[in-house]
Write a protein that binds this ligand. Structure first.
Ligand SMILES: Cc1cc2nc3c(=O)[nH]c(=O)nc-3n(C[C@H](O)[C@H](O)[C@H](O)COP(=O)(O)OP(=O)(O)OC[C@H]3O[C@@H](n4cnc5c(N)ncnc54)[C@H](O)[C@@H]3O)c2cc1C
Length: 490
């Protein structure tokens, strides 16, 4: 049976309000933030779990590919239906319930990360994972990519907060992994296999999440350094001193130089809003490197820890400035929030990598980004979550220029090879999807990849759930990107 006939059978089963086949809905579901578009035959907004099961049953019967979708904010093409087929959109499934006694959140997969934390906050509780996309990203997508964020420095990633998951095997049977209990070791831990499986091993329709008491307060500090090496040396001194910031963000000199230039030309009010000493530091030539730090906890503890960190950073040559109020802290964070957009000063297109290196190799990585800049002739501004060694290395280029495309492509491969040489990981947050698929073999041995494929084949014998991802090489540079505005574009 062809895809059209299968889709007609699906419409007969679920009705045309749940199964959409119009161009606008299919186009919207055809891509994620990578903007590599492949049109599905239908987009399904299931009313209930029975409908999800029915979609999978028919998909297996007719061998139709199924891609599950949350907000579509993945940056790797993981949510793009590369071989067409059907998209199950769960973004409207956004019910959540907080149990304040057991400190758990019961969530549907379309609930946003921000909504979960806001509901937790109303009970004095905290859901720490905070991807930059938290206002839009759904918990289903975040679980499927094991998303992290700034607070990973102290609080880890989504996986650390998952108690149980429920949903459907690719073959259409309903399953529940784990329970709403703090401890559970019965059977194989397939719950954790689903976390980070990028929608290839199951469809998550519900989760129970662990919450923790909300810290009473937080404080923010910024420290500027003469150069990248000095800032990263200061990071090492923080590690050695056993301090525990909740956020430790590093911004390199290239990032600061373009942010300053962009703000000066386009948004001078942002520069004017900064404390004078920080504005002066940013104007320095060459540009400084920055550490942005948040400490949270009990009021006295935060004050003491901030003082300790300030002393350590000052000894390391940093010029420190503390935010005296939440508003002042917000102003400091504008630098981190604004720097991504400012990078487009350095090239109209961006490759955003999310590699990880060991603590001891952070300086070598940064030196390598400069070597890469020299070799490719393309800017490589870098910032990242220094406590995790998780750096966003960007390569700025012009997609319309074939020579620059070639240099960017070469640069990414060289970067990935270096990361592996340093004992690091090709991705720490975004996952593999399509974009990192050419590098999977750099990270994993043949035996490891075969084991992953065997698990995929065991759970999804017909290969219908999010096929042609990870194991199939996709050179995403070879494909055009859609010029569309997405909700998180500023
Ligand atoms: C501006 C911006 C900032 C970002 N910042 C961060 C960051 O700080 N940290 C970080 O980790 N990531 C970040 N990301 C990447 C992305 O936002 C996260 O991976 C996010 O968690 C994806 O959620 P989503 O709802 O958009 O998922 P989608 O993009 O819709 O899907 C992502 C993957 O999950 C699968 N999936 C979705 N829902 C389900 C489900 N219910 N069951 C099974 N599989 C499912 C999809 O098939 C796909 O493989 C950022 C992205 C953007 C655009």
């Amino acid at each position: 049976m062809n895809a059209e006939a299968a889709t007609n059978e699906l419409i007969q089963r679920l009705g045309s309000t749940q199964v959409l086949t119009d161009d606008a809905n299919r186009y919207r579901a055809s891509m994620d933030n990578l903007r590599l578009s492949r049109l599905p035959s239908a987009v399904i907004h299931p009313d209930d779990e029975e409908a999800v099961g029915a979609v999978l049953e028919l998909a297996n019967k007719h061998r139709i590919a199924v891609t599950v979708r949350g907000a579509g904010s993945a940056t790797t093409g993981a949510a793009s239906p590369v071989v067409g087929g059907w998209v199950i959109d769960l973004s409207r499934w956004n019910q959540l319930h907080i149990d304040p006694l057991s400190q758990m959140a019961y969530v549907q997969p379309g609930t946003t990360i921000e909504a979960i934390d806001q509901a937790a906050a109303a009970e004095g509780l905290f859901f720490p994972p905070d991807p930059g996309s938290k206002k839009y990203a759904t918990i289903g997508g975040a679980l499927a990519t094991n998303a992290g964020g700034l607070r990973g420095a102290k609080y880890g990633v989504i996986r650390d907060y998952v108690l149980s998951l429920e949903g459907f095997l690719p073959t259409g049977e309903f399953v529940r992994w784990g329970a709403d209990l703090r401890k559970y070791v019965s059977g194989f831990n397939i719950r954790d296999l689903w976390v980070g499986s990028e929608g290839m091993l199951g469809v998550i329709t519900g989760a129970v999440l662990r919450l923790i008491p909300r810290p009473a307060t937080s404080g923010v500090l910024v420290a500027s350094f003469a150069d990248d090496a000095a800032a990263l040396e200061a990071v090492q001194s923080l590690f050695r001193s056993r301090v525990q910031p909740s956020i430790l963000e590093f911004l390199d000199q290239q990032t600061l130089a373009c942010t300053y230039a962009f703000w000066k030309q386009q948004v001078p009010e942002k520069l004017a809003a900064l404390p004078e000493s920080l504005g002066r530091a940013l104007a320095a030539q060459p540009a400084p490197a920055l550490l942005l730090i948040e400490v949270d906890g009990a009021i006295d503890a935060v004050a003491q820890e901030l003082q300790r960190i300030e002393d350590l950073l000052t000894q390391s040559g940093g010029a420190c400035l503390r935010a005296e109020s939440p508003d002042a802290a917000e102003t400091l964070w504008t630098i981190r929030r604004g720097c991504s957009q400012a990078m487009f000063q350095l090239g109209p297109d961006k490759l955003n990598e999310d590699i990880v290196v060991p603590v001891s190799a952070q300086q070598e990585l940064l030196e390598y980004t400069l070597a890469l800049k020299a070799e490719t002739g393309l800017a490589t501004p870098t910032f990242g979550h220094a406590m995790d060694g998780n750096f966003h290395v960007h390569i700025m280029y012009d997609r319309k220029d074939p020579d620059q495309c070639e240099r960017a492509r070469k640069g990414i491969r060289l970067l990935m090879e270096k990361v592996i040489e340093l004992g690091g990981a090709i991705t720490g947050e975004h996952g593999v999807g399509l974009a990192k698929s050419p590098f999977l073999e750099l990270q994993h041995s043949a035996a490891e990849i075969q084991a992953m494929q065997a698990i995929k084949a065991a759970l999804d014998p017909n290969g219908i759930l999010n096929p042609d991802k990870q194991f199939q090489h996709c050179e995403v540079w070879d494909y055009p990107r859609e010029q569309v505005r997405m909700p998180w574009d500023h």
